[in-house]
Design a protein around this ligand. Structure first.
Ligand code: ADP
Ligand code: MG
Length: 322
């Protein structure tokens, strides 16, 4: 659906995007995850044809965004970081304006406006000037503009930034709904956002792609270990004794528990080993009841720190520290 090859964007001597290549397949929700300044917005502006790259190509559904921009842009709806809203317009007027730009035939408009407004939840504010709307509603109007015409690909740059928690949940629901019929790419610097809505994550740091996988796999692959957490009603020396006899347990830590007379243990085993049954039988025969047992993989925060930590000391940063 989207092929990005060897994309470079230089600002003076500074590479905002540094030889970035990836493919986006049809029908998934992709999360573009990276800290501020990673190059997310720059990449999105290039993919959508708003910014020319220094090097590299972007092919959208077979069309090069710079050689056949009209065909390529037809496939894309874009909500930029700062939505280009006209504050004096009402959502009704703004959608009409957007429909003119997208050259949507008059006959299709009434139905499309209705569907778009319902999907983004702006029906109640449809005739109020955008300047009187809350940030959450403005963001919805921006999204309505992006999805108008129902393009195959919808690109959203930090769609939940600056919203309150309730609005964030609502916008995420809209995104999930969009993902049922569209390819969606959203950028975010919030890990939970990616776990909450995305099928696949691209982690970007210093303009480079540092990882691409499902949120679940990222956690597993990077640690290379399975982690299981248990709470056992027994003194810690007994828990340690039982754990040290289980062959598939490669490492464990035992901590105080918030449960009375219990200890918590964090147990590592190899990727392909699920040690939960072994734990059950081992502790049962030692007459140490397991109160809870929970598989846990690395959080995306951990993953993020892990995949980006080596890159914090790249040449540019090193130089500026000298
Ligand atoms: P993100 O969206 O991930 O926060 P950006 O793509 O906005 O990152 O920015 C990537 C890098 O490029 C940053 O270091 C930023 O300062 C720089 N940058 C972005 N736009 C410009 C510009 N117009 N001129 C100079 N530098 C820029
Ligand atoms: Mg940005």
């Amino acid at each position: 659906m989207i092929e990005v090859k060897n994309l470079v964007k230089m600002y003076g001597n500074h590479p905002a995007v540094d030889h970035l290549s990836f493919n986006i397949e049809k029908g998934k929700i992709y999360g573009f995850l990276g800290p501020n300044g990673a190059g997310k917005s720059t990449t999105m502006n290039i993919i959508t044809g708003y910014l020319a790259p220094t090097e590299g190509t972007v092919i959208i559904d077979g069309h090069d965004i710079f050689e056949e921009p009209l065909e390529a842009k037809k496939c894309i709806g874009y909500l930029p970081e700062i939505p280009p809203l006209y504050l004096d317009m009402t959502p009704r007027e703004y959608l009409k304006f957007a429909a003119d730009i997208k050259k949507i035939p008059n006959s299709e408009r009434p139905d499309m406006f209705k569907q778009t407004a319902e999907m983004t939840g702006i029906v109640d504010v449809y005739d109020r000037p955008i300047k009187n709307l809350s940030k959450g509603y403005r963001q919805r109007v921006g999204m309505a503009q992006a999805i108008l015409g129902f393009p195959e690909i919808i690109i959203l740059d930090e769609p939940t930034v600056g919203l309150d928690p309730k609005q964030i949940v609502e916008i995420r629901d809209v995104i999930k709904k969009l993902g049922e019929n569209h390819t969606v790419i959203l950028s975010t610097h919030i890990m939970q956002e990616v776990t909450a809505v995305c099928d696949e994550v691209l982690i970007i740091a210093h303009g480079k792609l540092v990882a691409q996988d499902t949120p679940d796999n990222l956690g597993k692959h990077i640690s290379g270990k399975n982690t299981t957490q248990i709470t056992v009603k027994a003194p810690d020396y007994r828990v340690k004794a039982v754990l040290s006899k289980i062959r598939d347990v490669s490492k464990f830590e035992v901590h105080d528990s918030t449960e009375v007379d219990c200890v918590d243990a964090v147990i590592s085993s190899d990727m392909d080993k699920d040690v939960r049954e072994e734990l059950f039988y081992a502790f049962a025969s030692a007459k140490c009841p397991i109160i809870s047992i929970m598989p846990s993989s690395m959080s995306l925060e951990d993953v993020f720190i892990k995949v980006t930590e080596g890159r914090q000391t790249d040449s540019r940063v090193k130089k500026s520290r000298k």
